[in-house]
Structures are given as structure tokens and as C-alpha cells.
Design a protein around this ligand. Structure first.
Ligand SMILES: *Cc1c(COP(=O)(O)O)cnc(C)c1O
Length: 460
């Protein structure tokens, strides 16, 4: 597969070049020259295939021939020992994307990216240094994905004192080839420092630098997998039972918990509508890819907090980037979504309007949704997933009103945002994997928000 910049359909590059450089030289984002359809045999068995087999079938055309089939098969097995259960919560469906090691959906992209980088750089002598700025979730997923990968080290920059204790241990608790810099400043300062490092001649002479942010196409493509898997299950009329990490009160588990009248309406034969809590819109873009590949998806809900650039665009046709505003769903505090350029390169405004409905949700409504869902079904939503729940409720008050079956994507485990969730619900269950993370030390070095301090830390 060849990749083009969103800004110019000239100078195509390979998957390896697109993945390892991240951003195109003209400042655009890389997009594949075509979105390859699933094989008919795959489409007819999506509902019963293993998750990593769907991953293999979804990803292969995008990386062929640079990652041969046999290598890819091993790679996805290693990347995805977990999957994305589709569970019933009252009359609705929730697609749980938080069963990976850092308990947020970014594990799906980061774990594939790390393994792909490792393979694509085999035989290289100079080690690769990945710099990543994070407001919380990305840093943990990237650190975990690359931990122990030979020939690659990662430096995560995060705003000191502004990530949760759990997130800090996910970022700074690993050691080894992962180092963490607690920057005395904001997330914007961290991003500015990473940009400055890429432009710093002295650093570029000493280190081979790369980035791992959400515009990277190698993080985007694997996110299409769980959409296809969920759409296959809905079409087959099948949902999953609760598992160990499903955040539900004991005794309320399984098939929506409530009376038969409260169980999800899933008859089979219907297409899926995906309600996607969104910030930079990488997740929703990946869903559009899955749909274009042929997965039985009818449409999307773009659920945002008050940073409503895309819902406003869908309503008016005018795209106006803004400054971001702080909310309790802070991984979605994005005023200028970086993947919008990619969406717009594949779809016209009219097409987007036909496929996507926008909804913006306030912090108050988000809190009420967390409380209501917990009271009614014993199920814990994290603040990001609650934005999705509330968006679906506001557009389709009665489950069954919509022209398909709606699944709300749950993008993080509630225990990751316990400081917001627990005052509304009481203690939230903490999965074993997250309990172990809390025992890690914090191995971060604190630096002031300036490039000379970063230069020193990187070359020490
Ligand atoms: C990153 C993140 C989002 C936003 O995803 P985008 O792909 O940037 O739209 C939503 N929820 C959580 C928990 C996240 O970490």
C-alpha cells in the first residue's frame, strides 16, 4: 500500500516511511491511496472470528508487502491477548475498549505501532528515540507498548501534577527503555517542547527521533479492528458476557442486568451505529475506515464534550478550530482535532453529514449520566464513555428509535478516573492489572519547560 499526504497527491511513500515519520513533509497527514475492501469470506464470518484474526484481515492490505503475512499474524497475536467485549447495559450496548494493559482504547493503536516499528527497523544500527507529549492516556499506552522493545527507547513528557496518580505510574513506573519527564508546565508546554526538539539541530545530530502521536497512521489502522468485530457481532445477533474487568456491581452482571424488557434489543441482521467519544477524532476516523472496508456499519455519532468543533461543523458546514476548554473528560479537550484533515480528505461535507451525527455534552450532563447508569444498571462509566452514553440518549431517547443498533464506545476504564467517578457512584471496581500498576514507583525526572533542559535530559 502506498500513502499520500492529505495536502498533495504526489510523492507517495511506503507504509514504513509513513509510520516512521508520522507527519508528511508538507505538514499533511498520511492517508492510504485506497481503503481496501474486506474479502467476502471475512465479511460473512466477522461475527464468529477471533479478535486477532479480524486484526490480521483488517490490517494486512495496509501494510503489505512490507510486513509479510506470516510476520503480521505473529505480530497481532502478540499485540492482542485481549479483545473488545460488546456488553449489554440496560437497553443499550457498550463496546468496552479498556481491557488492554493501560485500560484505555489507545492500547489497540500503541501496541500495534510498537511491534510494527520494531519489525520495520530490524537491522538498523542506530537506536530510535520516540518523543511523546501526553495529557495522560497516550503516554501510558505508548510507554507500555514499547516497553522492552529492543533498539527503541521512549521519552514521555507529561505536565507535572496534572495527570492522575494511576496515569503517572503507567507513564513513569516502567523504567528500562522508557523514561519520563515531568514538565513544570501544561500539556501545551509539553507539546511545544517535543516540536522544539524535532527542530533542534544539535539533538538531531545525536539522536534518531520519531514521534508516536495520534496522527500516526500505524496507530490509526489497528483501531478499525474493533469496529469490524462489533459490527459482525451485532449482525449475528450476538453479545458478550461480562468478564473480569467489566466494571459492574457484583450480582448485576450479564445481558444488561435488568428485566427482559430492559435487555438490549438485538435481533441480528441489523447494522451498527457507533457512538464515539471524540477529541482528536482518530478513533472515529478508524471507524469510517472499517465502514468503507465493508463492515456492516450504518453510521456514527460524534460525541464531544463542550469542545464541539466537529458537531458545529456538521450542523453548519463551517469548520472553525478553537482553543480547547478544560472538562472532566480531559482526553477529549481538543479544539482543533488533528484527524479532521484526514476525515475531510476521504469524505465531503455532504457525505459526513449523511454518516455522522454530532452531539456535545456538558460536564453536568456527563456527571448525571455516570450517576444514572450506575443507579439503574450497576454499571460504571468513565467520564469519556459517559459523554458517549449521554450523546446517544440525547439523539435517540428510546433505544430502538435509531435506524440500527447503537453501541457506545467505552474508551477508558472508570477506575482510571476514579477521582471523578467515585464521588458519583461510590467505590468503583479496580481490575487486577490496575492494582498492580499502583504499586509501581514514580521514576520521573522533573524539568522546567524549556528546550535546553529537554536537550540536557535527552543527551545525558
Ligand atoms: C484519547 C481518548 C479519547 C479521544 O480519542 P480521539 O481518537 O482523540 O478522538 C477519548 N477517550 C479517552 C479515554 C481517550 O484516552
Amino acid at each position: 500500500m502506498r500513502y499520500y499526504s492529505t495536502r498533495a497527491k504526489t510523492d507517495p511513500v511506503s507504509f514504513a516511511a509513513a509510520a516512521l515519520t508520522g507527519l508528511a513533509p508538507d505538514g499533511g497527514l498520511y492517508v492510504p491511496e485506497e481503503i481496501p475492501p474486506y474479502r467476502p469470506a471475512v465479511l460473512s464470518s466477522l461475527g464468529t472470528m477471533e479478535f486477532y484474526d479480524i486484526a490480521f484481515e483488517t490490517i494486512r492490505a495496509y501494510v503489505f508487502p512490507e510486513i509479510p503475512d506470516a510476520v503480521l499474524a505473529d505480530l497481532v497475536r502478540g499485540a492482542y491477548p485481549f479483545s473488545a467485549p460488546l456488553v449489554g447495559v440496560g437497553k443499550r450496548l457498550v463496546l468496552e475498549l479498556f481491557h488492554g494493559p493501560t485500560a484505555a482504547f489507545k492500547d489497540f493503536g500503541a501496541r500495534f505501532m510498537a511491534r510494527a516499528f520494531s519489525y520495520l527497523r530490524r537491522g538498523e544500527e542506530r537506536p530510535l528515540r520516540i518523543l511523546v507529549a501526553t495529557s495522560g492516556d497516550t503516554g501510558g499506552a505508548v510507554a507500555d507498548g514499547f516497553y522492552g522493545v529492543p533498539g527503541i527507547s521512549v521519552t514521555v513528557l507529561y505536565p507535572k501534577g496534572r495527570v492522575s496518580p494511576l496515569q503517572e505510574r503507567q507513564i513513569a513506573g516502567l523504567g528500562g527503555n522508557i523514561s519520563a519527564l515531568a514538565v513544570e508546565g501544561s500539556f501545551d508546554d509539553c507539546q511545544r517542547l517535543v516540536k522544539a526538539a524535532f527542530g533542534d539541530q544539535a539533538l538531531r545530530e545525536r539522536l534518531v527521533l520519531s514521534s508516536a502521536n495520534s496522527i500516526n497512521v500505524s496507530r490509526l489502522i489497528p483501531q478499525a479492528v474493533y469496529y469490524a468485530a462489533a459490527a459482525g457481532k451485532v449482525l449475528a445477533g450476538r453479545i458478550d458476557d461480562d468478564g473480569e474487568a467489566t466494571p459492574r456491581l457484583p450480582g448485576r452482571e450479564g445481558r444488561g442486568g435488568g428485566s427482559p424488557a430492559e435487555r438490549p434489543l438485538i435481533r441480528g441482521g441489523e447494522p451498527l451505529i457507533c457512538c464515539v467519544p471524540s477529541g482528536n477524532f482518530g478513533n472515529l476516523t478508524a471507524g469510517l475506515y472499517a465502514m468503507k472496508m465493508g463492515a456492516p456499519i450504518r453510521g456514527f455519532i460524534a460525541a464531544t464534550n463542550i469542545n464541539r468543533t466537529v458537531p458545529d461543523y456538521l450542523a453548519t458546514g463551517n469548520y472553525e478550530a478553537r482553543l480547547s476548554r478544560a472538562t472532566i473528560s480531559n482526553a477529549m479537550d481538543v479544539g482543533a482535532p488533528s484527524n479532521f484533515e484526514r476525515m475531510a480528505s476521504h469524505f465531503s461535507y455532504e457525505e459526513m453529514r449523511r454518516l455522522i451525527r454530532g452531539a456535545s455534552v456538558s460536564d453536568d450532563a456527563t456527571r448525571q449520566a455516570i450517576r444514572r447508569v450506575h443507579q439503574s444498571y450497576g454499571y460504571f462509566l468513565d467520564p469519556h464513555s459517559a459523554v458517549g452514553w449521554e450523546a446517544a440518549e440525547s439523539l435517540f431517547p428510546e433505544a430502538g428509535d435509531e435506524p440500527g443498533v447503537t453501541a457506545v464506545l467505552a474508551t477508558a476504564h472508570p477506575a482510571k478516573f476514579a477521582e471523578t467517578v467515585e464521588p458519583l457512584t461510590g467505590p468503583a471496581p479496580l481490575p487486577r492489572a490496575l492494582q498492580r500498576v499502583m504499586d509501581r514507583p514514580v521514576l520521573a525526572q522533573t524539568i522546567p519547560a524549556d528546550i535546553s533542559a529537554l536537550r540536557e535530559a535527552l543527551t545525558a
